[in-house]
Design a protein. Sequence first.
Lengths: 216, 263, 226
Amino acid sequence: MNFDYAFAWSIVPDLFQGLLVTLQVVILGFLLAVLLGLLLAIAQRSKNALVQRLSYGYLSFFRHTPLMVQLYVLFFALPLAGLTLPAISTGVIGLGLYYAAYIAEAFRGAIEGVPAGQWEAARALDFDNATTWRRIVLPQALKPMLPVLGNYLIGMFKETPLLAVITIPELFQAAKQIAGMTYRYNEPYTVMALMFLAISVPTSLLFKYFERRSHV
Amino acid sequence: MSDLAHALPGPSPQIILKQVVKNFGATRVIDHLDLSIPAGQKVALIGPSGSGKSTVLRLIKGLEAYQHGSIEVAGAPVPAKSGGWHWPGAKKPPVVHRVGMVFQQFNLFPHLTVQENVTEAPLQVLRLSREEALERAHQYLGLVGLSHKADAYPAQLSGGQQQRVAIARALAMRPQVMLFDEVTSALDPELVGEVLAVIRAIAHEQQMTMLLVTHEMKFAQDIADRVLFMEAGRIVADGSPTEVLVDPDNERTRRFLNLVEQR
Amino acid sequence: MLFDASTLDTARFIARQLANGALVTLEITFFAQVVVVVMSFVIALMRLSPWRALRWIATVYVEILRGISALVLLFYLFFILPLFGITLAPMTTGILGLGLTFSAYGSEIVRSALSNVARGQRDAIKALDFDAITAFRRIILPQALPFMLPPMGNQLVELLKTTSLVSLITLSDLTFSGGQLITTLGQQTLIWSIVLVCYFVMAWPLSWLVKRYERRVTHWRRGVAP
């Protein structure tokens, strides 16, 4: 089977539409994941045992089950709970909830990396809890977090083909549809794979570059 | 320890460096160095840090590549492109097994016991039988006074003990030349004595050629037949301990020794 | 449906279906992990080799496989390879697709553990005239393994989860069985929730073992900072 360049070129606009949806879901999902991850990490350090337990349970559960099945559950459970959302929103929530568990773990490590002396110094200066977090701990924890967050962002992007299973018209779904309609598999999947590479490889190199520069 | 006497003092010098140049990137660390050491001689290398003393030892052992000149140990050349790994069965540089080396940071194998550290190279490299290797371990651990620690792991030993194991490990290969690279610099002051005592005993009992990089002037004076003072990749003073250490005619050597004494 | 007379039968049916699926999931995980371990070492050693061409091939391998996702690779192997006359059984496709993807990450784990140990012990190995293979076998690998095992274990948990993707290339794993149950029974939310719990029950003990191993520092590292 040969590779039809004209056909490949003709499907680029369709696939590009899918790519835009993909990027949209990734960016929104990432924001949700970072926010929720931060909350979960702070909850892990809470003095309230129940809050701590809940946060720990959340992390274990989401880290030990497949994203795809989580998406299925969300897709069917949300309407049962009376929430009828467009598939794209379900995708954002799904990605966000899943990656929050990983990002929380990374936050936890980074927060533990802030020397105990910093907490003591903040207490010695009579900072309240919120101020200590906001002005002392998080700024120090965040810097080593940036490359980690970058890796998760790329990871999320590569995970998006899964969203096709809940009917989101992202890149992978677009390729699948074209393949289904034209019975040509080579071009749609190849162009799709190239699009993934075209975004994820440069981004990963960029983050590596930032990481190296911040070490110098 | 008479079985070590097979390190026959040859008629010609045992270690010869001719016009050796070594650069690290743009920095010249060894600058057209000439040196010849007869078999059995005990040589102390002293000098300020960064003067290239350790590099001389590493070059002799073939741990570093060099850019110009030639190095010969026991009649065999040390290739200029040293430093890489070699494959089993590949033609090894003929100086191997003849030069033992002890490092500042001990470099013991942390996953092996003390005894295994000493037997590993005789077993794997010299292909000795288990009994022979164990006998050597017994002999050299006895020599450094650590027979009772044979089954301990390196992490369970003090720095001084670890360094003594490293010495036993090197001796177990029965080298003709022993190189000691600042072997007491990483030790707490109270542990230095035990390591120096072991080296002193080896120096007195064995016919081995020995090169020591050291900051212990008193010790150098005690055991060395010859002292080299290095600066900026060159040897600037070369003579008996008395000539170089007690009554240096070289201004720079004098200044360096004053500095060391003040410490 | 759950409250009529055949409730028990239905529950048994669900359990049997999911157990069959779980077995397939474990089977794929096992064989894919074999691919991961083998390829991780091959690629890591290539990246550490003195030959530029080998290093280059290995780098391209890692960058490409990390650049696309497991699902994309699976679909590529499943739909595109047949067009070039190479038809693999779905099982083989699943094992290869997952194994190759995870080996790209695994090779980084192996490489960093090996090169960290080799860097620290290089002088001692050379000073005692070990050849490269003996040094690797006797000195470097035994020290590097304890550093590799925990991240490799965590990766195995990720692999186990990711096997759910093979349901999309018609392999009847746990997820696929869940989907089939839904076509006969409905009850999407319930069935998918049970499937989630099944994965959790398989994955959690694995990472518990990894954590336990991590805590139980091997005897020779006692007293050494982690």
